[in-house]
Design a protein around this ligand. Structure first.
Ligand SMILES: NC(=O)c1ccc[n+]([C@@H]2O[C@H](COP(=O)([O-])OP(=O)(O)OC[C@H]3O[C@@H](n4cnc5c(N)ncnc54)[C@H](OP(=O)(O)O)[C@@H]3O)[C@@H](O)[C@H]2O)c1
Length: 272
């Protein structure tokens, strides 16, 4: 069994790469303490050349050398991975899964034991640029320290919050699917600029910087969104004219309905 200063990844794809970048750049782990299992030779070469991590075609070295193991394969592969890993798994391992949708019970059933320390994470795609938002939840065997350790790792690729597993459907609907809503909003802003006569590159630059700058202002000022909105809404001006249209069209209600639909769909998928 490995020591606490090593970390293993089963699956060396996009999300694993983001996590590896985050933990190496932040100094949480050094390259020689990161073990990655990846079936593709091309991908293994890529991971070694770019990050200097230790790569393997088989899962055994990861389970034997690492006490923290991150399961980063696609959900449809997970059953196979659990089946081939169950002989290696012990209570010494902290097992963190980032697969979308699969409940903790899926892992307990797959490992055929209920004494494992398992943490389920719902990350999102901005993790790929180290700006992810993740919700995490542990099973009954995961200790407070396990959760804090996982939170520390996830905070290297953005921000993480600890919740009950029952809240992960809400996390999926809000932040898991959330980037898609923001991309839709961005697309609409760009199209609106083009409709108003701006060249596409100009509309893109202005729309994206407006979104990025507004989010930065929200986070840094710590003011409520309504307060910041009031600051740019002068009497009889342009912003209130636009705001009137947004309110009349039920913009906020539509967004809330959309998130609710995603939460409900996540619940349905979890049951199936
Ligand atoms: N991408 C996202 O933004 C995002 C967001 C939230 C959650 N997630 C979750 O994160 C997990 C990983 O997603 P991803 O986007 O990083 O997928 P990905 O890029 O496809 O990475 C998965 C990697 O696992 C490898 N793999 C396949 N079978 C394996 C096995 N038996 N043992 C070890 N490795 C194996 C794959 O290799 P091959 O390609 O050669 O098969 C691939 O390199 C998924 O469960 C997904 O639900 C992703």
């Amino acid at each position: 069994m490995g020591n606490t200063n090593t970390i293993g990844f089963i699956g060396g794809g996009q999300m694993a790469e983001a996590l590896i970048r985050g933990i190496l750049e932040s100094g949480l782990y050094t390259a020689e303490t990161v073990f990655v299992t990846e079936p593709s030779q091309k991908r293994r070469n890529y991971m070694t050349e770019n990050y200097g991590v230790q790569v393997f075609a088989d899962n055994t070295p990861v389970w034997n050398s690492c006490k923290t193991v991150i399961l980063a394969v696609k959900p449809q592969i997970m059953g196979l991975v659990l089946c081939s890993s169950k002989e290696h798994v012990s209570t010494e391992h902290l097992i963190i899964t980032i697969a979308a949708g699969l409940p903790i019970s899926f892992y307990e059933n797959g490992f055929e034991r209920n004494d494992c320390r398992i943490i389920r994470v719902m990350p999102n795609t901005p993790a790929l640029v180290l700006e992810g938002a993740s919700g995490l939840s542990g099973n009954k065997n995961a200790s407070k320290n396990d959760l804090l350790r996982c939170e520390e790792i996830l905070n290297k690729i953005g921000k993480a919050v600890i919740l009950d597993e029952s809240a992960l459907d809400a996390v999926t609907g809000l932040s898991g699917s959330g980037p898609a809503y923001v991309f839709t909003f961005a697309e609409a802003m760009i199209d609106a600029g083009i409709k108003a006569g701006l060249p596409r590159p100009t509309a893109e630059t202005l729309a994206l910087q407006t979104i990025a700058g507004s989010v930065k202002l929200l986070m840094e000022s710590k003011k409520h969104p309504a307060e910041l909105r009031a600051m740019v809404t002068s009497p009889g001006g342009t912003t209130i004219a636009a705001q009137h249209v947004l309110e009349r069209s039920g913009f906020k209600g539509i967004l809330m309905d959309a998130v609710e639909a995603a939460v409900n769909r996540s619940k349905e998928l979890g049951k199936s």
